[in-house]
Ligand binder design. Structure first.
Ligand SMILES: *Cc1c(COP(=O)(O)O)cnc(C)c1O
Length: 458
């Protein structure tokens, strides 16, 4: 006669579990309070499991389950990734990586006190934007400029300050939605301005704008079509002609978007300077697209208008941090001096075809028989240059796994590799690799393809 076996339902105490060796790296990486919560959540989940209810602790791989929960959260931490997508300014991957030397340059400025709002000449309160407006003037020809947190804020600030309660004329072809829910009609509604639509999706003429002008018109807003192109029979008004024909009470504002200034790799995109020269009173643009700096939004144009924008109470809510000002200031100086530290990632990538071939050759040598070189394309992305494709190289991975599975495995690497899938094969685009990526990519790929993927360690 054997005794009926007692089922053990006694899970370890949270405090005891937190002492376990395997949780220490997670505590270091995620913090003790967060790991404590995760342990509690996992214990609660285990108590609900049918296997636990029937068989108790013996049926539960406790350590593995705790590890998996921590691992899942570790993956939500910000981490470096390798961009093998061929899209240079990738909104999901943080848009523009900054030049490492630029980052080093502002370290001291940001880890000590600085003169953010102190005039060293006068010993009293100074302007936060400091030299930046002058530098933007050199770059774009603008009389005056201001900086806010992003271009969406720049558009909103322009509309709120100059057009609240009045009419804004926008072409139907420019009622754009830019990824992440930036819709011109919504921004307009939020600003308190009234949208007056003119033209059709593909054709809007200067006459269309002029015919829509009333006493109530505050401004004409032209939005550069940035993340889509309308092909075929299209017509947009000559901005020069429109600017000259507008009555004095109507301002011309352009949402240029990409922030193209002195970058030389594209002739397709009209620059900020181009619009100002053509007669736009204000032009706004992003800091982290073609300009290649930190996330920011700029408005450049007539000094009296910029002064009005800066006095608006929302300016206080939109102003960037000193980190942004410092990066932007140094970047603009380097850009004006044509120093690589001032070049945006788009310029650095598009003009660097040799690097692409070097990356491909090195990987082909390191992994013979597992990679095949195929032609590919490079796009700038991030809502810029929708119609421009530059020739690039990709490596197709030769592997028995289904493409999607391999693609996911690349994303699960310690330094995740973001690839693309095309017609059942996984492609690593060589154009968007950064200088330090190659050794890491090589070693990780070697392990992945040998079938020995390491789990991510914190
Ligand atoms: C990207 C873009 C925006 C939004 O800019 P953010 O800096 O992301 O806020 C607005 N308008 C145009 C035309 C753009 O290209």
């Amino acid at each position: 006669m054997s005794e009926p076996t007692r089922i053990d339902y006694q899970l370890p105490q949270v405090e005891q579990l937190l002492q376990r060796e395997f949780l220490q790296p997670f505590i270091a990486a995620l913090s003790r309070p967060l790991v404590t919560e995760l342990v509690r959540e996992e214990l609660a989940a285990i108590r609900q499991l049918p296997a636990f209810r029937e068989l108790g602790v013996a049926a539960i791989p406790l350590d593995e389950r705790l590890s998996a929960r921590c691992q899942h959260h570790l993956r939500q931490r910000q981490t470096r990734v390798i961009n093998a997508t061929g899209t240079v300014i990738h909104t999901n991957l943080g848009r523009s990586p900054l030049h490492p030397a630029l980052w080093d340059e502002v370290r001291e400025l940001n880890t000590s006190y600085n003169n953010l709002e102190l005039s060293l000449n006068q010993g009293k309160r100074g302007e936060r934007k400091g030299l930046i407006a002058r530098l933007l003037g050199c770059l774009t020809g603008a009389e005056e400029s201001l900086v806010v947190n992003n271009n969406a804020a720049a558009v909103l600030l322009m509309l709120q300050t100059l057009a609240a309660g009045r009419e804004v004329i926008v072409s139907r072809g420019e009622q754009i939605q830019i990824g992440g829910g930036f819709r011109i009609p919504d921004i307009l509604a939020l600003s308190g301005a009234k949208l007056v639509e003119v033209g059709t999706t593909n054709i809007t003429t200067a006459e269309d704008y002029l015919n829509a002008i009333t006493e109530q018109t505050a401004l004409v807003l032209m939005v550069h079509r940035s993340n889509f192109a309308i092909r075929g029979f299209t017509e947009s008004p000559d901005i020069h002609e429109l600017a000259r024909a507008l009555p004095p009470h109507v301002l011309l504002a352009v949402d240029q978007g990409s922030g193209l200034t002195t970058e030389t790799f594209t002739d397709e995109e009209p620059s900020v300077r181009h619009y100002l020269k053509a007669g736009a009173h204000l032009v706004c643009y992003s800091g982290d697209k073609l300009l290649g700096g930190p996330q920011a939004g700029m408005v450049s144009g007539r000094a009296d208008l910029i002064a009005r924008l800066e006095k608006h109470p929302m300016m206080r809510a939109f102003r960037p941090s000193r980190i942004v000002y410092s990066l932007l200031e140094r970047m603009l100086i380097h850009k004006l001096n044509r120093d690589p530290r001032g070049e945006g990632i788009a310029q650095r990538t598009v003009c660097n075809a040799e690097a692409m071939q070097e990356h491909a050759s090195a990987l082909l040598r390191a992994l013979p028989g597992r990679l095949r070189q195929v032609p590919a394309q490079l796009v700038v992305g991030g809502g810029t240059l929708p119609d421009q494709f530059y020739p690039a190289l990709a490596l197709e991975i030769i592997d028995p796994r289904p493409a999607q599975q391999l693609h996911d495995a690349l994303r699960a690497l310690p330094v995740p590799v973001i690839a693309t899938v095309r017609q059942q094969s996984v492609l690593l685009n060589m154009a968007t690799l950064l200088p330090g990526d190659l050794p890491l990519l090589t070693s990780q790929l070697t392990r992945l393809l040998a079938g020995t993927t390491a789990e991510v360690q914190p």
